[in-house]
Design a protein around this ligand. Structure first.
Ligand code: NAD
Ligand code: DAU
Length: 353
C-alpha cells in the first residue's frame, strides 16, 4: 500500500504519520507537507529514518506537482490533513484559507480522480474535517452527522466548502471518500497559538493568559492520539461515501479550562496555589465567536467501536509534562531556529526514497 498523508508535519498529522509508520511496516507512508509556520519536521524526528517513511516537501496548491507525485507513486490511499487551521488567522487573512483549504483540496481530488479512474476498488480519499462546519450550538444539543452545515468563521467556511467538494467528487465521479468531523484536539506538538498550548506556555513563562470575551465559550476536547486512533480505524474499517463525527465526550467552558491549567501547572512547578490564576486576562472577543461545540460520536462508537481511551485528566497531565520536557521544541517553533533545522534536514535528505 502506498499512502499519502498530507499535512503530516503539523500537529494532528504528525501523530497520524507516526501511528501509521509504526503500525503498518508494510505500507509506504509518504508525508507531503509545505512546512508552513505550522509544519515542523522535528515532530517526526523519532521516525524519520524508518524505511517505510518518506517525506516530500510540497504545496497542495501546486497542481502540476500534485499530479506528478500521484502519477509517480500511484497512491492507494490518501489521508488529507494539510490545511490552514487557526480561526484567528482566518479572520485576518481569509484568502489564505480559501487557497489552501479549498483549492488545495480540489487539486488533490483532481489528482486522485485522474489516477484512480480505471480502478477505484481498494482506493480511498479520507478527508479530515472539523466540527466547526456545523456552526454553533446553543446551551444544549449535540452535532450529529445530519446537522446542517452553518459555518461562521472563514476557517469553518473553507473547511465546509472542502467537505462539499469531497462529497461532490464522490457523487459526480464516483471517487471513494470518507470524511470525519472532529472536535478540538489537544496534546503534544500543538502549535502554541491555540488555547491549551498557549496557556501552558504562558503559565510557564509567567505571561498573561488571554481569555476572549466572558470566557463562557464551550469546546469538546479530545486527546490527539485518540483522534489518530480514530483516523486509523476509519481509514481501515469505515464505509466509503460516509461521514463520521469524532469527539471527546468532554465539554469545558474556556474559563474553567484555563483555571484548571493554572491549578495543574502551579502543582507541577511547585508554585503556591492560586499563583497562575492572577495571569488570567479577559481580552476583546473573537468576532463571530461560536458559543459551543459538542459532538455526538455515537455513530463511530456503534459502527466501529471507537471511543476515547484517555480521560481529560490523564491527557492534560501527559500534555503538560510534554511541554515541560520539550522547552527546546517550543523555542524552535517560536523562533527562527526551526528554519535552520529544516535546511539542514532537507539538504541532507531531500526525500527518503
Ligand atoms: P496544523 O496547522 O498544526 O498543521 C497543518 C499542516 O498542514 C502543517 O504541517 C502545514 O505545514 C501543512 N500545510 C499547510 N498548508 C499547506 C499547503 N498549502 N501544502 C501542503 N501542506 C500544507 O493543523 P492541525 O491542527 O494538525 O489540523 C490538521 C487537520 O485537522 C486540518 O485539516 C484541520 O482543519 C483538522 N482539524 C483540526 C482540529 C484541531 O483541533 N486542531 C480539529 C478538527 C479538525
Ligand atoms: O473544533 C475544532 C477546531 O478546534 C479545529 O477545527 C481548529 O483547527 C482548531 O484550531 C480549534 O478551533 P478553536 O477556535 O475552537 O480553537 P482555539 O484553541 O483557537 O480556541 C479555543 C477556544 O478558546 C475558543 O473559544 C477561543 C478561545 N481562545 C482562544 C485563544 C487562542 C481564548 O479565549 N483565548 C485565546 O488566546
Amino acid at each position: 500500500m502506498n499512502m499519502l498523508i498530507t499535512g503530516g508535519a503539523g500537529f494532528i498529522g504528525s501523530h497520524v504519520v507516526r501511528r501509521f509508520v509504526n503500525n503498518y511496516p508494510n505500507y509506504k507512508i509518504y508525508n507531503l507537507d509545505a512546512l508552513t509556520y505550522a509544519g515542523n519536521l522535528e515532530n517526526l524526528s523519532d521516525i524519520e529514518n524508518l524505511p517505510n517513511y518518506f517525506f516530500i516537501k510540497g504545496d497542495i496548491l501546486d497542481s502540476i506537482f500534485i499530479n506528478t507525485i500521484f502519477e509517480k507513486y500511484r497512491f492507494d490511499g490518501v489521508i488529507h490533513l494539510a490545511a490552514e487551521s487557526h480561526v484567528d488567522r482566518s479572520i485576518t487573512d481569509p484568502l489564505a484559507f480559501v487557497k489552501t483549504n479549498i483549492f488545495g483540496t480540489v487539486n488533490l481530488l483532481n489528482a486522485a480522480k485522474d489516477v484512480w479512474k480505471e480502478e477505484t476498488s481498494n482506493r480511498r480519499f479520507y478527508h479530515i474535517s472539523t466540527d466547526e462546519v456545523y456552526g454553533s450550538l446553543g446551551k444544549t444539543g449535540l452535532f450529529t452527522e445530519k446537522t446542517p452545515y452553518n459555518p461562521n468563521s472563514p476557517y469553518a467556511a473553507s473547511k465546509a466548502s472542502s467537505d462539499h467538494f469531497v462529497r461532490a467528487y464522490g457523487e459526480t465521479y464516483g471517487l471513494p471518500y470518507i470524511i470525519t468531523n472532529c472536535s478540538n484536539n489537544y496534546g503534544p506538538n500543538h502549535f502554541p497559538e491555540k488555547l491549551i498550548p498557549l496557556c501552558i506556555t504562558n503559565i510557564i513563562q509567567n505571561k498573561p493568559l488571554p481569555v476572549y470575551g466572558d470566557g463562557k465559550y464551550t469546546r469538546d476536547w479530545l486527546y490527539v492520539k485518540d483522534h489518530a486512533a480514530a483516523i486509523d480505524l476509519v481509514f481501515h474499517k469505515g464505509k466509503n461515501q460516509e461521514t463520521y463525527n469524532i469527539g471527546g465526550f468532554n465539554e469545558w467552558q474556556n474559563i474553567d479550562l484555563v483555571k484548571l491549567l493554572c491549578r495543574l501547572l502551579d502543582q507541577k512547578l511547585n508554585r503556591e496555589e492560586g499563583t497562575s490564576l492572577k495571569l488570567i486576562t479577559y481580552v476583546k472577543d473573537r468576532p463571530g465567536h461560536d458559543l459551543r461545540y459538542a459532538i455526538d460520536a455515537s455513530k463511530i462508537n456503534k459502527e466501529l467501536g471507537w471511543r476515547p481511551s484517555v480521560t481529560f485528566e490523564e491527557g492534560l497531565e501527559m500534555t503538560i509534562d510534554w511541554y515541560l520536557e520539550n522547552q527546546e521544541w517550543l523555542d524552535h517553533v517560536t523562533s527562527g531556529d526551526y528554519i535552520e533545522y529544516y535546511e539542514k534536514m532537507y539538504n541532507e535528505k531531500e526525500t527518503n526514497q
